[in-house]
Design a protein around this ligand. Structure first.
Ligand code: G3P
Length: 218
């Protein structure tokens, strides 16, 4: 399972990269705005800065919602760095844009996926990744993990090459359950990744080991 970090914060990306388990980065317009990044030149410079840190795919989202605009913006983003994956919303013009980029060999991430039908459409159009938002489904009392399971079955039935990128991951159990189901990738906050490595018995055990070692060694 690949681990992507879902942030545009350079310090957190650096920290996750140094941890040694990072496979890529996802961003979205809200995450860019949260970092105070605005204006075309600044946004592009920020994507380049992210690409310089991480070894792996970096999703950069288009703002345009019409086909021509998505193509223009997506091509500009893809030209920034070979790590850039053009992130495209699941709308009708987006499906056409996915096909265009797929035919050109440019990687895509179809975002804002909330149903298996949307994931199937994106896969048919040749998306590299589909991003089902599990946390946002959970927020409205709908099991996000059921969606991951359903997409897994569909993609396996037809051997689609499109990878399931579980997005809107909020906590470590989301990661574990996505791994059990067989999501190819998860994207979430650094805190959710770090929570995976923690266990109180590990801390208690380590303290006892160090205490016994200290006693035996004066
Ligand atoms: O980047 C897309 C997705 O991961 C957003 O997550 O927490 O805003 O629902 P969240």
């Amino acid at each position: 399972m690949k681990f992507f970090i879902d942030t545009a914060n350079l310090a957190q990306i650096q920290e996750a990269q140094e941890l040694g388990v990072l496979d890529g980065v996802t961003t979205n317009p809200s995450l860019m705005a949260k970092e105070g990044i605005s204006g075309d030149a600044n946004v592009k410079a920020h994507y380049k800065a992210i690409c310089a840190i991480v070894d792996g795919d970096v999703s950069a989202e288009v703002i345009a919602t019409d086909y021509e605009g998505m193509i223009k913006e997506g091509e500009e983003l893809a030209a920034l760095d070979e790590k850039i994956v053009v992130k495209i919303p699941m709308i009708k013009a987006g499906v056409k844009a996915l096909k265009y980029f797929s035919d050109k060999g440019i990687k895509t991430n179809c975002t804002l996926i909330f149903s298996a039908g949307q994931a199937l459409m994106a896969a048919k159009a040749g998306a590299t990744y589909v991003s089902p938002f599990i946390g946002r489904l959970d927020d409205i009392s709908t099991d996000g993990l059921d969606l991951i399971e359903s997409i897994r079955i569909i993609f396996d039935n037809y051997d689609f090459g499109t990878e399931i990128l579980a997005a809107s991951v909020r906590h470590p159990m989301h990661i574990i359950q996505c791994a059990e189901i067989g999501a190819d990738v998860m994207t979430g906050p650094l805190s959710a990744m770090e929570a995976l490595l923690k266990h109180p018995l590990t801390d208690i055990g380590l303290a006892k080991f160090l205490e016994d070692h200290a006693k035996a060694n004066g």
